[in-house]
Design a protein around this ligand. Structure first.
Ligand code: F6R
Length: 242
């Protein structure tokens, strides 16, 4: 595991964007695994800048997102599809047909999950970008006594529903389920780029990277992967003894 700590978020964003862009430059048909949330926003902005200045094209690339809510249309501004369009897809030349997100609107969610895993198996991810939840989750794989390997439907915990309520008109509108790649699918990526920022994640960074490997901290399973690059800001990395 390679751990890099950056003095500023600007430097972290630039490094992560260069990392992803270089993969696509070297292998134009690269497969990128992408994440949503606040962590990658600045990274996507830098990728868009590089695309606009002609440094990279995504016309032959493919992307797979980690997760999506169940029951939100892609034009709902809380859906991850909307987020991806807003921050990345609508600004670059990636063909829409190769920008994949789990389908949370499918009639048969189990079949949708199997289909997503089949696509991932046929087009293995070259590099998977990951953020980290305060409880150690990756994707929507929450701490539990056991974890799922493949893409699956998750019932969101009450604490997540309450945290999400602020983005919706009422509690009834908050999605109760999501579809997520499983930890097994995530670990199949050739390289994993884990990005974490902020003092509020310093404890979980330490646990995930140096604590026991346990399903109660899903990100700790990344310790079993041969090629993980961790990018931290000073605050997120301050509890690590390097
Ligand atoms: C997002 C995802 C989540 C986030 C994590 C951190 O697609 O899968 O695991 O990466 O919740 O979220 P932020 O970046 O908002 O702190």
């Amino acid at each position: 595991m390679e751990i890099k700590i950056f003095d500023s978020n600007e430097q972290l964003d630039a490094f992560a964007a260069d990392y992803l862009v270089n993969i696509v430059r070297e292998k134009p048909n690269a497969v990128l695994g992408l994440a949503t949330g606040s962590t990658p926003v600045g990274i996507y902005a830098k990728i868009v800048e590089q695309y606009k200045s002609g440094e990279v094209s995504f016309k032959d690339a493919t992307t797979f997102n980690l997760d999506e809510y169940v029951g939100l249309q892609s034009d709902n501004d809380q859906s991850y599809a909307y987020y991806m369009n807003e921050h990345l897809f609508s600004h670059i030349d990636l063909p829409a047909s190769r920008a994949h997100l789990p389908n949370g609107m499918g009639e048969q969610l189990e079949a949708e999950c199997e289909n997503y895993d089949r696509m991932l198996q046929a087009q293995p991810v070259d590099v998977q970008l990951l953020g980290l939840g305060h409880n150690g989750h990756i994707g929507f794989n929450e701490p539990d006594g056991s974890l799922s390997g493949g893409t699956h439907v998750v019932k969101l915990k009450q604490e997540t529903l309450e945290a999400n309520a602020r983005f919706f008109a009422s509690m009834d509108d908050v999605p109760k389920q999501a579809v997520t790649m499983g930890v097994g699918s995530i670990l199949k990526a050739n390289t994993i780029l884990l990005v974490v920022r902020g003092a509020d994640k310093a404890d979980i960074v330490k646990q995930a990277l140096t604590g026991p490997i346990t399903t109660e901290v899903p990100a700790s399973l990344l310790q079993t992967h041969a090629r993980v690059v961790v990018l931290l800001d000073l605050e997120a990395g301050r509890k690590l003894e390097l």
